[in-house]
Design a protein around this ligand. Structure first.
Ligand code: FBP
Length: 552
């Protein structure tokens, strides 16, 4: 296999650990913090997690290691979408495990949670691990989206653990995977299996965060990658001066990725789904808002610009979410087959017209035909429209075009509008982790092993104080139940980790809000350039603007 010069050089990078983990395994001891409560619904969560609820938060500090000498056989899985740094979590876990006792064993279960269910694994050794140090991707063992959530599945996992003598499982995943880690931990405790479960906070979306978890890993690298590309597009726009670029960025429902990218690049427009929902903005209002910027810039002779659109935006537009709910209903069960059997789009349109409410039909009618058809194409396993597949960047540019045509007819606009479209997502999920993510991930993995060694179960590996140099980071653990509340999912009340959406009174949004009027009309572009892996610390070890503003 040919290895790039950068990959070879990155093998040599020594990830930085928090100061308190740097003195060697024999010099790490536990400092107990306060007992914890869940963020809401305390009684219900406590009843559901009688063995793992209310445990103390802990930090590690320098001092004699008092953990019990015990051979550890650990299993690790990667769960959900790729996020830069996943390999380093496994490397940190492996290094701490081997530094504690070279006879300890690390199993990597392949393809995500299904690897645990199917007992498909590799046993790591130095040679295997060394090929993946400081690299992007999840290809070390692969990932998957199978959910580990039923008692039957837990029983299978318990059997697999028994077979290999596994003492702990590390689940590297987002909010859903860590919710399931907590449920599995409770199951193991209730059944006296002796197997511990530790979670690690992963997702490029940045929506697994709270007062304890300052950010999920991968967000830093992914947003730096998108910002580099948006910056490059802006420079092209400012050079050619003839295109408006509509850039959709990943992030699911939350707009953290869009906001961070905007903070780094200062585009003319960035929509924030959470604001659209709070202000109940209609499609027409959003369109007007973008068209105002296009027209104001055209008046200065600038027929170019850049607009960032978060992936989940349409879910937040009230009239659109009603439309989507009605479409889900319209195609529920076997009705989808009847719809799909209709021979032409005209027939399908008539079916839709007969089935939607007057209000939703009015919204549907103004959508470009390509978007109308997307709404009826792909369904998720629950039969819902997959909003992430809707080309919202094209939806808004088409609506802006119409809006501008009306302005032209009214004599209030006299520019040229040539839109181009981009979707940034997969470009950033497997990038070489930035120094920040390389350090943070390695620390999360190393720390996860310390939690195992000290016997914790149902804890999330927690590394905080992240806006400071790594030396000052604080390593420890937090019971996952602390982040949980009860939410309605698929018609049932479920204990879940609360997802973090963009806070409209938070410092990152406030900064954006205070500047966006100027950005909309002027050309204030910032060009962040590519992630730098080698060089001065002020260039290579930058944290995200979101983290810097939140911690300022
Ligand atoms: P996770 O929530 O699993 O970390 O996934 C993040 C993400 O990249 C989202 O931003 C995106 O909507 C989704 O994964 C796409 O995943 P897939 O390619 O599996 O559809």
């Amino acid at each position: 296999m040919k290895i790039s010069p950068l990959q070879l050089a990155r093998y040599q990078y020594q990830p930085k650990l928090p100061g308190m983990l740097r003195n060697g395994i024999s010099e790490i001891c536990v400092k107990n913090g306060a007992p914890t409560e869940s963020v809401a619904d305390q009684d219900k969560i406590k009843a559901l997690f009688p063995n793992t609820y209310g445990k103390n938060e802990i930090t590690f500090q320098k001092g004699a290691n008092t953990s019990k000498a015990k051979k550890q056989v650990v299993g690790v899985i990667l769960s959900g979408g790729q996020a830069p740094g996943g390999h380093n979590v496994i490397c940190g876990l492996y290094d701490a495990l081997k530094a504690t006792d070279k006879d300890n064993v690390l199993y990597g279960f392949k393809g995500g949670p299904s690897g645990l269910l199917e007992d498909s694994y590799v046993v790591f050794d130095d040679e295997y691990i060394n090929q993946y140090r400081n690299t992007g991707g999840f290809d070390i063992i692969g990932s998957g989206r199978t959910k580990l959530e039923t008692e039957e599945q837990f029983a299978v996992v318990a059997e697999v653990c028994k077979k290999h003598g596994i003492t702990a499982i590390v689940i590297i995943g987002g909010d859903d995977s860590n919710t399931n880690a907590a449920v599995l931990a409770e199951y193991f405790a209730a059944h006296n299996t002796g197997v511990q479960v530790i979670g690690c906070p992963k997702t490029i979306d940045g929506d697994l965060k709270n007062e304890d978890i300052e950010c999920s890993f991968g967000f830093d690298t992914a947003t730096k990658t998108y910002s580099e590309i948006v910056g490059n597009i802006q420079r092209d726009a400012n050079s050619a001066k003839k295109y408006w670029h509509f850039v959709k960025v990943m992030g699911r429902s939350a707009s953290h990725v869009a906001l961070e990218t905007a903070l780094q690049t200062q585009p003319n427009i960035c929509l924030i789904g959470e604001e659209v929902a709070a202000k109940k903005m209609s499609l027409a209002q959003i369109t007007d808002y973008i068209a105002d910027s296009v027209a104001a810039r055209a008046a200065k002779g600038w027929n170019f610009g850049v607009a960032i659109i978060p992936e989940g935006i349409v879910e937040f537009v009230p009239e659109f979410s009603v439309l989507i709910a009605e479409i889900n209903e319209l195609l529920a069960g076997s009705k989808a087959d009847a719809f799909n059997a209709l021979p032409s789009w005209q027939d399908k349109y008539a079916f839709i017209e007969a089935g939607l409410s007057k209000e939703s039909m009015a919204v549907f009618a103004i959508l470009p035909q390509s978007i109308q058809q997307q709404l009826f194409l792909e369904r998720d396993p629950h039969g819902n429209v997959q909003v992430s597949l809707i080309e919202s960047e094209k939806l808004f540019s088409a609506m802006v075009k119409e809006n501008l045509a009306a302005r032209k007819a009214a004599g209030t606009y006299n520019g040229k509008f040539s839109p181009l479209h981009h979707f940034l997502g997969y470009e950033g999920r497997c990038a070489f982790p930035s120094n920040f993510d390389a350090d943070y991930c390695y620390s999360l993995g190393y720390n996860a092993f310390m939690l195992i060694q000290y016997g914790f179960n149902g804890y999330l590996s927690k590394v905080s104080n992240l806006s400071k140099p790594a030396e000052e980071w604080i390593a420890g653990g937090m019971p996952i139940t602390k982040m949980m509340n009860i939410e309605r999912r698929h018609g049932h009340d479920k204990p879940v980790i609360r997802k973090a959406l963009v806070e409209l009174d938070g410092a990152p949004f406030k900064f954006f809000e205070a500047n966006r009027e100027t950005w909309a009309v002027e050309t204030c572009y910032v060009y962040p350039g590519a992630i730098q892996y080698f060089g001065p610390t002020e260039v290579c070890d930058l944290t995200t603007r979101t983290l810097a503003l939140e911690k300022a």
